[in-house]
Write a protein that binds this ligand. Structure first.
Ligand SMILES: *Cc1c(COP(=O)(O)O)cnc(C)c1O
Length: 385
């Protein structure tokens, strides 16, 4: 038996699909019913919030269409994602252009398409918005600590609080609707307590602006809600509870409207990747570990294994037989294409070339991270069922 815990078992639907015929690997299969179930868990866990699915997690057309049918709204990072959402049936007024770094031509295009909700975190971006999306609703992203996040988002996004106050005042002066504040506490955030810090910072910005007669209407709670990979994570309910407690504490009398932007928590557990063992080898005659090379790696969709940040759960067709420590790597000729060497993974000792290996909870941040033709390998194939 492999030592690591697997995630929630793949659904019967996914098992049937893989068993039904031979598939060339690697292949990512997405169960749309799991997308829907995850949407419902989050929606009912936090009914007061408007759910904007973070499209970049998995923009496959059937995923977007299913979410449109469920009444989801969408957080888009580019004009291309906006167009994808519209093609999938989303109303432009249900799309937020959430990237703080946008080309002028893309802002103009989004605005013409009917998008009227935009993120920013700098004076330069605000100027673009005032000129190319006049009268739109804008929200300012503030910096947050990404402590507790397995996939932190760095200082690339957001500004300090005093600057947010100045910028929102400017937004108002420029004829935009100074609408709200957003933050992102870091992706795969394992500590529900992180929203407290972010919300207390948000409350400060709200009160400073109120002193200047600007009443903000909205808080965007961002994404960050984790998926269950190899290690246990708190349930969504715990995040909802922690956030509710912080909202009561900081916004008791005057509750603004809420946006929430889950990506990973909607898409990850819906996907299972089927891969194949290309080689099992050792580096020395008396080696204490084997190297298992799969036909998918860092460049085939598993980019989030960088620095072994996201620890996926693997299953093999030989699970149950005696196992030993392995390093796991991808098939390309790039030295970086190693998934796990420090993290202790175990796989069956009788694992052999051609055996199938399944990687669970790979529905988010995989297919879109796969390279086009690196070393001649095709990008990851995706099939939605
Ligand atoms: C990526 C992103 C999200 C989604 O984050 P998850 O950790 O996948 O939930 C939400 N909002 C913004 C602005 C993002 O960039």
């Amino acid at each position: 038996m492999t030592s690591q815990k697997t995630t929630q078992d793949p659904t019967a639907k996914i098992k049937r699909f893989f068993a039904s015929s031979q598939h060339s690997t690697p292949l990512l299969v997405i169960d749309l019913d799991v997308i829907a179930a995850n949407f419902e868990v989050i929606k009912s866990g936090m009914p007061a919030a408007d759910l904007f699915y973070a499209v970049k997690a998995n923009p496959a057309r059937p995923v977007l269409e299913r979410l449109v049918a469920l009444g989801s709204k969408f957080d888009a990072a580019s004009v291309f994602e906006i167009e994808d959402c519209i093609l999938a049936g989303a109303k432009p007024s249900d799309i937020s252009f959430g990237n703080t770094i946008k080309k002028p031509a893309d802002i103009e295009r989004a605005f013409k398409l009917g998008v009227d909700l935009f993120a920013f975190d700098s004076a330069g971006e605000l100027e673009k918005l005032a000129k190319l999306a006049p009268g739109s609703k804008v929200f300012c992203r503030i910096l947050t600590e990404n402590a507790g996040a397995d996939w932190p988002l760095s200082r690339k996004f957001g500004c300090e609080l005093d600057m947010a106050v100045e910028l929102m005042e400017q937004a108002h002066a420029l004829g935009l609707v100074a609408y709200g504040i957003s933050f992102h506490v870091g992706s795969q955030q394992t500590d529900p307590g992180q929203w407290e810090t972010a919300l207390s910072r948000t409350a400060w910005v709200f009160s400073e602006l109120k002193k200047r007669s600007i009443e903000l209407a909205m808080i965007n709670l961002g994404g960050g809600y984790p998926a269950h990979y190899r290690d246990d994570v708190p349930d969504f309910e715990e995040y909802a509870k922690a956030i509710e407690a912080s909202l009561c504490k900081h916004f008791s009398d005057n509750r603004p409207s809420l946006m929430i932007e889950p990506g990973r928590a909607i898409a990850a557990s819906a996907g299972v990747m089927q891969t194949e063992v290309v080689l099992v080898s050792e580096k020395r005659l008396d080696a204490d570990r084997r190297w298992v090379f799969l036909d998918v790696g860092m460049f085939g969709g598993l980019a989030e294994t960088m620095d072994e940040a996201i620890k996926y759960a693997f299953r093999t067709e030989k699970d149950g037989s005696p196992s030993g420590i392995v390093a796991i790597a991808g098939p390309t000729c790039d030295g970086m294409d190693v998934l796990y060497e420090q993290t202790a993974y175990k796989m069956p000792l009788d694992l052999a070339v051609g055996d199938l290996v399944w990687i669970d909870a790979t529905g988010a941040y995989t297919a879109t991270y796969s390279a086009v033709g690196f070393n001649g390998f095709d990008p990851l194939k995706v099939h939605c069922i």
